[in-house]
Structure formats: structure tokens, C-alpha cells
Write a protein that binds this ligand. Structure first.
Ligand SMILES: *Cc1c(COP(=O)(O)O)cnc(C)c1O
Length: 368
């Protein structure tokens, strides 16, 4: 357990203590059943998550990165193809594109919600472009109306990276059901997190669901019959059982994140930092609470002196990463480059109390 006066970015101890009995029982049931892979919990979780997300199909897999990779494979995106993706995101979006042999084309972001800049995006479309991979960064939905019309106009697939946005809504509908495929991560620190790795792909298309189902399990639906060259990318029963418990509380925990964000916004109102925005037709779920500040180093140092964690997601655009620098194409990325220098994510988890939020805000107020 962390020291009493330190504040971590995420506190999984408190969350587990609150759900301990229910989670222990769910795990014990799996152990007693000795069904560990692709059993009843995975099937029920897929159904329950798809229903929650307003999607026809949910196919669980081993991680959020695999969800992206399998989604691209399912859409048969590969060598010679281009996929447009924000330059300001976690590396796994570009990894997944590179793994299928396609080229990541990095687009700039909008300055306040940090998602794809739809105004620049259309300039990046070429005859090679096959898909847009939109990331709902920090838990705020990308502009799905404009992305949908751009995809229709240019005949592109839309893939949603919902790894930070389980339960976020756009025009009152959960993200993940707007594009051809939605990709979720259940890494432990995500707003819906397992106790290990896990992922999910959502879709409204029976054909895509069927292909994905094959790909995640060695191309096989019937034992010893392999219809396509697949992968081993399955969610395990223990993780699925834990996720079924946590799914029951996702509305409550997303609501608490929003209350915490509101408290931060109020406390930081008079500070010379930019607090996060929320567009009118969007519901942000605050996987991260991220401010912009020109005094990032000073704030980081002051927080550290007070035993308060903070983090920079992300210090560099993906176009600057050694892994992708030589294989990508990119538009002008001035907003990405500025936000990389100014962004700072503050502690955010549903159990973060008012006293601690006040303490964090006070340190910032006395620094800037
Ligand atoms: C966490 C994350 C992923 C990757 O998920 P894993 O389950 O860790 O593989 C992909 N995209 C974004 C935006 C993420 O935050």
C-alpha cells in the first residue's frame, strides 16, 4: 500500500478492497471450474460488454494492442495501404498498423480535446488510404460525425481506438459502435481494467465478427479445422470473470471520474493552466485528467516534493519515435509538438477524495 500522504496516479488497492469479496468469489468459481480459456465467462462478458456498448458483437482478445492488430487484419489492410492515425497517442496504434505491413500516416490533433484534427485529415487522404484509426484520447470521443462522413466520402474504414474510453458517449451513444470496428483495452489501469492484459473488438457486422472470431483462435472454429492463418489472442476466463464484476460498476466509476474532473476544474479555475474541455455532444470519462501548462517542469517538481504523482502522456509525437520515424508519412504536426511539451496528467481514479484533489490543486496554484 502507498504511504498515507502520497498520492499515486492510480490506486488499484482501494478499488480492489471495495470489490474484494465479489472478485474473489468470481475468481474462485473459475478455479473450481478448471475452465480457463474461451469458456462461459468470456462468452458472457462478450455479450454483456457488447450490450452495454450498444454493439451487435463483442469479441474478446488478449490485449488492446491485439484488438487493433486483429481489427486491421480482419479488414484486410496490409502492405501498400495507408492508415491515418493521430501522431499524439500511445505507440500501439502505430505498431498495429506497421505489423500488418501498412504505413501509419500521422495527422495533427485539435488543441483542446487532443483528438484527430478533422480539418487537416482530408489533406492526408491518398489513393492508398484504406482506413482512419481514431483514438478517443484520455476518454474524450473524437468527432465521429465528421469522421464518418469523411470515411463515406472517400470509401475508408473507420476504426475506433476506445482503449481509454469505455463508456464515453458521442450524441448519447457509447463509442465503439460508430466505426467498422471498436478496439478496447482492459490493461489494469484503464477505466475498465482487468487484473492482467485483455482486449475487446466490437462491431455491428456479422461477417467481421466471424472473421475476428477465427483470427483470435488459430483460424479455427471447430477443433482441428483451421480455415485461415490465425493467432493465439484470447482473453482468459479469470480476466473475463473479473471484468464481469467490474462492468457492473462502470457507470458509477465513470461518474466519479467526472465529479473529480469537475472538482479539479473548479479548484484550478484561477490557475494559469488550461483545464480539459468537453464538447457539448460528448461525455468524457476522464481516463486521464490532463492540463496544459508552459510551466510543466516547475509543476512536476512541486508535485514530486509533495509526494504527488503526475505523468506525461505523451512527451513525443509518434512521428518522432525511432520505431516509426522512417516508415511513416506525416502532415504538419505543430499542435502535437506543442501539446507534447505542455501536457501533464494529474492523479485520476474513482476513489480520489476531495481533500486530496484540493491538496493537488493547492500545490499547482502555489506554483503557477
Ligand atoms: C492502452 C492503450 C492501448 C493498448 O492497450 P494494451 O491493452 O495495453 O495493449 C492502445 N491504444 C491506446 C490509446 C491506449 O491507451
Amino acid at each position: 500500500m502507498p504511504d498515507d500522504d502520497s498520492i499515486p496516479m492510480v490506486d488499484l488497492h482501494m478499488q480492489y478492497q471495495n470489490l474484494r469479496v465479489e472478485i474473489n468469489d468470481a475468481v474462485q468459481d473459475v478455479l473450481d471450474s478448471c475452465e480457463f480459456v474461451l469458456g462461459p465467462n468470456v462468452q458472457l462478458f462478450e455479450q454483456e460488454a457488447a450490450a452495454y456498448l450498444d454493439c451487435q458483437y463483442g469479441i474478446a482478445c488478449a490485449s488492446g494492442t491485439d484488438a487493433l492488430h486483429l481489427a486491421l487484419r480482419t479488414l484486410e489492410i496490409g502492405a501498400g495501404d495507408e492508415v491515418i492515425v493521430p501522431a499524439f497517442s500511445f505507440a500501439s496504434v502505430a505498431e498495429a498498423i506497421a505489423h500488418v505491413g501498412a504505413t501509419p500516416v500521422f495527422c495533427d490533433i485539435e488543441p483542446y480535446c487532443f483528438n484527430l484534427d478533422v480539418a487537416q485529415l482530408e489533406n492526408l487522404v491518398t489513393s492508398q488510404t484504406r482506413a482512419i484509426l481514431a483514438v478517443h484520447l484520455y476518454g474524450h470521443p473524437a468527432d465521429l460525425t465528421t469522421l464518418d462522413s469523411l470515411c463515406k466520402k472517400h470509401g475508408l474504414f473507420l476504426i475506433e481506438d476506445c482503449a481509454q474510453a469505455f463508456g464515453a458517449t458521442f450524441n448519447n451513444r457509447p463509442v465503439g459502435g460508430f466505426g467498422n470496428m471498436g478496439c478496447f483495452s482492459f490493461f489494469p489501469s484503464k477505466n475498465l481494467g482487468a487484473y492482467g492484459d485483455g482486449g475487446l473488438v466490437t462491431t455491428q457486422s456479422p461477417e467481421l465478427a466471424e472473421k475476428l472470431n477465427l483470427l483470435r483462435n488459430h483460424g479455427s472454429k471447430i477443433r482441428n479445422r483451421h480455415e485461415t492463418i490465425g493467432f493465439n489472442s484470447r482473453l482468459d476466463e479469470i480476466q473475463a470473470a473479473i471484468l464481469r464484476v467490474k462492468l457492473k460498476y462502470i457507470d458509477e466509476s465513470n461518474h466519479k471520474r467526472r465529479i473529480i474532473a469537475g472538482a479539479y476544474n473548479d479548484f484550478l479555475d484561477s490557475a494559469s493552466v488550461v483545464t480539459p474541455s468537453e464538447k457539448r455532444n460528448c461525455k468524457h470519462v476522464f481516463q486521464q485528467y490532463t492540463i496544459l501548462t508552459e510551466k510543466r517542469d516547475q509543476i512536476q517538481n512541486a508535485l514530486a516534493l509533495n509526494n504527488i504523482a503526475c505523468a506525461v502522456y505523451y512527451p513525443a509525437g509518434l512521428h518522432e519515435q525511432t520505431a516509426f520515424r522512417d516508415i511513416c508519412r506525416a502532415g504538419p504536426l505543430s499542435v502535437t509538438e506543442r501539446v507534447c511539451k505542455q501536457c501533464l496528467s494529474l492523479p485520476m481514479y474513482p476513489e480520489l477524495d476531495h481533500t486530496r484533489i484540493r491538496r493537488i490543486a493547492d500545490v499547482i496554484l502555489s506554483t503557477v
